[in-house]
Structures are given as structure tokens and as C-alpha cells.
Design a protein around this ligand. Structure first.
Ligand code: 6PG
Length: 480
């Protein structure tokens, strides 16, 4: 056990499951970092030291020794389960830390918890920083995308440490100071919401190529691999081709065919939709992705439905252009999903008083994270050219992406509907596009209905003010 009397570590990691261990190894591999490590059960700590002597870890078997090994301002990154476990470790550190020290939560905490924790610790003189870490276990080890919130003071110390381990895209580390208190965890939550939408859209594209076009998984893998050389280039498209190419060793069948079609989720997609609803921002693509996972888990209802529905439509005959139509529809729907995600970030920044640079968020998502994609460069350009875009779709490149794809988008949804293939993500994206582009929406009728049954009033297109019609009287109109 290293001598802990002399504080030598500029950063420490608490929680050595795979993510924490990989993050600690990444930190230790970078010039200028000396890394302290601590885990509630010391076996994990000893195992990590034994397996990676090259890391030069300062291993502590008590929280006191861990704190003693950190140089001032002490900086400790917590990598334990979100919720009570995180609260417990925060308290253990806070009791021992001094004003100016920095406690970092690297888990997928709910941003409102981070806001609460940051305020409580600030009152004790301690910096609390919620950092969104994206890229999974591999990303933690080789270079994640990092989304820190917290104070400017904390970022002075923490920023260079995070920059030393972040992924690099176009020569720049994929980290930026997102904003104060919970801004980092908020943006990570939106990253995950976009991730859900992106994954759902890819899954719908696969379903169409499988059920309508009749391609086998390996052939679909080739289609995705080809798409990955163009505008759709992204980590999720890349791994989709890998998953579809994989053969199950046990049965020799395509791996995809032995996987139970019920999707799990840890909750960040739900948080994104709940937050967007509270902010009044439409995120139909993300919501449909969350609901699609929920539908997949309604096994009993699905079994009942299969009993009730006696016949299913046959797949519509499609020609060679079908794959390219699916590609165009996928790209247009993906653009809409990202546009909606960035809308929520802008609305959250306004609501919570964060000065979030949307162009920088797109830039740090270009590498390391799960939604990394070529077109994030375009999103960064769009917001750097005009930080006040009403919507990402206003940017000429993205306006063209959706209008060029519009005809194919409509054809694909038409084919899907008539083939009985559910495409909630594609459909929600197109409905959003059509809603934005419609001269008049049926919301006018909703206003009439609301005024009829609840006297909730309405506005006129041809006069200032608010009005109510006396529906149960002479139906004259009064100024409300
Ligand atoms: C990331 C991922 C990660 C998340 C997984 C699982 O950015 O590295 O988003 O944070 O835990 O995506 O999330 P679900 O179980 O909700 O799909």
C-alpha cells in the first residue's frame, strides 16, 4: 500500500466498477495525473492495482486515507449508482473535504438532484460538479465525451483534468463547461434522449428492410455499412451493421433473431420526455422511442392482440429504390430528432438560467459519445453561424436535408402503413415537420372546443385581445 501520509494525487476516483475503473485507468495514463482510488469493498481496489501496476495508483482502503492522498483543491470523481449510493458517498467526502475542494458526480444523475446537491454543498464551501460522461465502458477507458456543469471556480481545476482524458474530434477535446450547477447532467440527459430516438429510427429502418424488402440480417448489415460512408456516418449506424452481421454461436442463426424483442431502459429517455413536457417543447421522436420500448414490454397485451387481429397486411411490393428511400427518411427523421433535442437544451437553459453554447454542445458530441456522428459538425456550424436559430431546421443545410428527403419520407411511411410495419419514430418526425410547415393547424378547433365546455377563451386571427362565445346563451361573442 502506497504511503498515504504525503498527499500526491491531483484527482481521485471513488467506485471501481467497470466505468470507474476504466475512468481511473484513463486518468492515470495521461501525463500530469496522479490518481487515487477507493472502493467500498477493498477487493476491487486491490484487484485494479494488481491488474494495472503501470497506472501507479495511490490505493486507499479507507475513505480517510483516500482523502488524505489528495492534493488541494481535493478533486474526487464519484462513479457509483445514481441515487442513494451517490448521496452516501457525497456525504462521506463532504464531511472530510474543506472549502474549495471539488466533489464530482460522474453518474447519470437526474439534473434536478444535481442542482439540489450543488446548492447544499456550496453552502458548505464545497464545489459540486455533475459531469455527464458518454461513451460507455470503452469511452471511459479511451476517451469519452464529457459534459461538466458546476461553478467556474471548480472548472478551473477540473477542466484540464477532464480535457486530459476526453475524446478528441477535429483536434479538439470533447469537453466544455456546459453551464452552472446541473447543466452538465441536463445536457447528458438530452444526449440520451436523442440516443433513444436515433436508435429507434435505425430499428425502424431495419424493420422495413427486413419485413418489406425481405433482406436477411447480413444483407441489411451491408446496407448500413454503406450508409455509414455518407451523411448517416455515426457510431450507432456502425455498431448496427456489426450487430446485424453477428451470428449466434449457440444456434448458428443471425444473432438478431435470437434476441427477445423487449427493450430495457435505465430511465434517461423518460426523464428527457418528462422534462420536455414540463418545458412545453415537443419531442415526438424521443417520446415515441420511449413508448416503443414500453410497447415492446407489454407482452401480455401483444399476445392478446395477436389473438384478436386475425389477418395482417402483406408487405407492399417495393423496387430497387426502396433502400435509398429508407436512407433518406432515416436521415430526415434523425435531423428532426436532433432539432427537437437542441430545442429542449435551449428551453432548459432559459428556464434554469444557464448560458449554454449549442454549437459547443454539438462539437463535444462529435467524438467519444454514443450519438457521435459526422453531421454533428454541421450542427456545430449551424449554431456557430446563427446561435439564435428558431429551430435547427432553419439552417440551410438542414432545411435542404429534410425537404430533399420529404418525398421519400412520405413514400416510406405510406409503404410502412400499408404493410402493417409500425414506424412511430418516422411518423412522429414527419408529423412534426408537417405541423411546423402547416399554414393552419386544427388547434383552432381545440380552442373552440375548450371555450365551449370550459370558457377557456380564444384569440382571433383578425383582432387583438381574448374572446369567449356565450355558447349556452345567444352565442354572441364577448371580449374576455
Ligand atoms: C452513454 C450511454 C449511457 C446509458 C446507456 C444505457 O452515453 O454512454 O447513454 O449513459 O447508460 O445508454 O441507457 P438505457 O439503458 O436507458 O438505454
Amino acid at each position: 500500500m502506497a504511503n498515504l501520509q504525503q498527499a500526491r494525487a491531483n484527482v481521485g476516483v471513488v467506485g471501481l466498477a467497470v466505468m470507474g475503473s476504466n475512468l481511473a485507468r484513463n486518468l492515470a495514463s495521461r501525463e500530469g495525473n496522479t490518481v487515487a482510488i477507493y472502493n467500498r469493498s477493498p477487493e476491487r481496489t486491490r484487484k485494479l492495482v494488481q491488474e494495472h501496476p503501470e497506472a501507479g495508483f495511490i490505493a486507499a482502503e479507507t475513505i480517510d486515507d483516500f482523502v488524505a492522498s489528495l492534493t488541494r483543491p481535493r478533486t474526487a470523481i464519484i462513479m457509483v449508482q445514481a441515487g442513494a449510493a451517490t448521496d452516501a458517498v457525497i456525504e462521506q467526502l463532504a464531511e472530510r473535504f474543506e472549502p474549495g475542494d471539488i466533489i464530482v458526480d460522474g453518474g447519470n444523475a437526474l439534473f434536478t438532484d444535481t442542482i439540489r446537491r450543488e446548492k447544499a454543498l456550496r453552502e458548505r464551501g464545497i464545489n459540486f460538479v455533475g459531469v455527464g460522461i458518454s461513451g460507455g465502458e470503452e469511452g471511459a477507458l479511451r476517451g469519452p465525451s464529457l459534459m461538466p456543469g458546476g461553478s467556474e471556480e471548480a472548472y478551473q481545476t477540473l477542466g484540464p483534468i477532464l480535457a486530459s482524458i476526453a475524446a478528441v474530434a477535429e483536434g479538439e477535446p470533447c469537453v466544455t463547461h456546459v453551464g452552472t450547477d446541473g447543466a452538465g447532467h441536463f445536457v447528458k440527459m438530452i444526449h440520451n434522449g436523442i440516443e433513444y430516438a436515433d436508435m429507434q429510427l435505425i430499428a425502424e429502418a431495419y424493420d422495413l428492410l427486413r419485413k418489406v424488402r425481405g433482406l436477411e440480417p447480413a444483407a441489411i448489415a451491408d446496407v448500413f455499412a454503406e450508409w455509414n460512408t455518407g451523411d448517416l456516418e455515426s457510431y450507432l449506424i456502425e455498431i448496427t451493421a456489426e450487430v446485424l452481421r453477428h451470428t449466434d454461436a449457440k444456434t448458428g442463426k443471425p444473432f438478431i433473431d435470437i434476441v427477445l424483442d423487449q427493450a430495457g431502459s435505465k430511465g434517461t429517455g423518460v426523464w428527457t420526455v418528462q422534462t420536455a413536457l414540463s418545458l412545453g417543447v415537443p419531442v415526438g421522436g424521443i417520446a415515441e422511442a420511449v413508448f416503443a420500448r414500453a410497447v415492446s414490454n407489454r407482452a401480455e397485451q401483444r399476445a392478446v392482440a395477436r389473438q384478436i387481429v386475425k389477418s395482417r397486411p402483406s408487405p407492399v411490393e417495393v423496387g430497387d429504390g426502396f433502400e435509398d428511400d429508407v436512407r433518406a427518411a432515416l436521415y430526415a427523421s434523425k435531423v428532426v430528432a436532433y432539432a427537437q433535442g437542441f430545442d429542449v437544451i435551449a428551453a432548459g437553459a432559459k428556464e434554469y438560467g444557464w448560458n449554454i453554447n449549442l454549437g459547443n454542445i454539438a462539437k463535444i458530441w462529435r467524438g467519444g459519445c454514443i450519438i457521435r456522428a459526422r453531421f454533428l459538425n454541421r450542427i456545430a456550424d449551424a449554431y456557430n453561424t446563427n446561435p439564435n436559430l428558431a429551430t435547427l431546421l432553419e439552417d440551410p443545410y438542414f432545411a435542404k436535408a429534410v425537404t430533399d428527403g420529404e418525398a421519400a419520407w412520405r413514400r416510406i411511411i405510406n409503404v410502412a402503413v400499408n404493410s402493417g410495419v409500425p414506424v412511430p419514430g418516422f411518423s412522429a418526425a414527419l408529423a412534426y415537420y408537417d405541423s411546423l410547415a402547416s399554414e393552419r393547424l386544427p388547434a383552432a378547433l381545440v380552442q373552440g372546443q375548450r371555450d365551449f365546455f370550459g370558457a377557456h377563451t380564444y384569440k382571433r386571427v383578425d383582432a387583438e385581445g381574448t374572446f369567449h362565445t356565450l355558447w349556452s346563451g345567444d352565442r354572441s361573442e364577448i371580449q374576455a
